[in-house]
Ligand binder design. Structure first.
Ligand code: NAD
Length: 253
């Protein structure tokens, strides 16, 4: 399948986990990639894993820095003339203290990266999609944005915000044929969740990971990437404003 041949796809958080899996799959389906991450080593590793003929541009930056977002978008438009797909995927989980012990700066940091970052990318990328009446945006939210307990309070609030941002942006942009959707992953083994997996394995509790999902297992980054690519592609041409749980049935019960 080559659903993204010659399409320009910008992926944030492409230096690890789900973002890397999205980048690899987009490349296999013919996309030109713009890879964004604050971690240069991770980005280079992702680039090294791409098929040899992949055209790609890499940018080390913080997704919550508006001037960096603006300058990247200008550079991409100068280089490729268009952005067809935006995957707002970079995120951090932070610490999970009870609300009475929540540190204000930590709360701000998590909201900045997880919610303000996607807002800034939509703000600066969408006008270029609107002008061509073509574009698809997919945000990585979380099951933690649907129900509490799956993350800390700042993380959960940020991801609930991402789901709402998805709906409001879909309403603002739908008239120009720009779709905006989200995926809500359950527990996936990535850099972000490695401490959970390391702890569980060290304490012979690995079998419990994902046991509360209907499929009785945790997920792989590639399973989230498959859903992100579906929503980003023309296969989802009549879907917008939706938040799709990809969680082994965790939110079904
Ligand atoms: P990860 O830590 O493996 O990857 C996240 C990437 O984002 C990293 O490469 C990191 O350097 C980058 N990043 C973090 N802050 C950044 C910033 N300010 N600017 C630029 N890049 C930044 O984690 P992952 O699990 O692949 O996370 C991807 C997305 O999936 C996140 O939005 C996360 O909240 C979401 N998610 C993950 C899980 C899970 O179980 N792993 C579950 C639900 C949702």
């Amino acid at each position: 399948m080559m659903r993204f041949r010659k399409r320009v796809a910008l992926v944030t958080g492409a230096g690890s986990g789900i973002g890397r899996a999205v980048a690899l799959r987009l490349a296999r389906e013919g996309a030109i990639l713009v890879l964004v991450d604050q971690a240069e080593a991770g980005l280079m590793e992702t680039e090294g894993a791409l098929p040899e003929d992949t055209e790609s541009l890499r940018r080390v930056m913080d997704v919550s820095d508006e001037s960096a977002v603006e300058s990247l978008v200008n550079d991409v438009i100068r280089t490729y003339g268009q952005i067809d797909v935006l995957c707002n995927n970079a995120g951090i989980s932070g610490k999970h203290p009870p609300i009475t012990e929540q540190d204000r700066q930590e709360w701000d940091r998590i909201l900045s990266v997880n919610l303000i970052g996607p807002m800034l990318f939509i703000k600066h990328v969408a006008p270029h999609m609107q002008a061509r009446r073509l574009g698809s945006i997919v945000n990585t939210a979380s099951v933690a944005g649907i129900r509490s307990g799956a993350g800390g309070n700042a993380y959960s609030a940020s991801k609930a915000g991402v789901i709402n941002l998805t709906q409001t942006a879909a309403c603002d942009l739908g008239g120009d044929n720009v779709r905006v959707n989200a995926v809500c992953p359950g527990l996936i083994e990535t850099g972000m969740t490695q401490p959970i997996f390391d702890y569980a394995r060290a304490n012979e509790k690995a079998h419990k990971l994902g046991s509360r999902c209907e499929l009785r297992r945790y997920g792989a980054p590639e399973e989230i990437a498959a859903a992100i690519l579906f929503l980003a592609s023309d296969d989802a041409s009549y879907i917008t404003g939706q938040a799709l749980p990809v969680d082994g049935g965790n939110t079904a019960s």
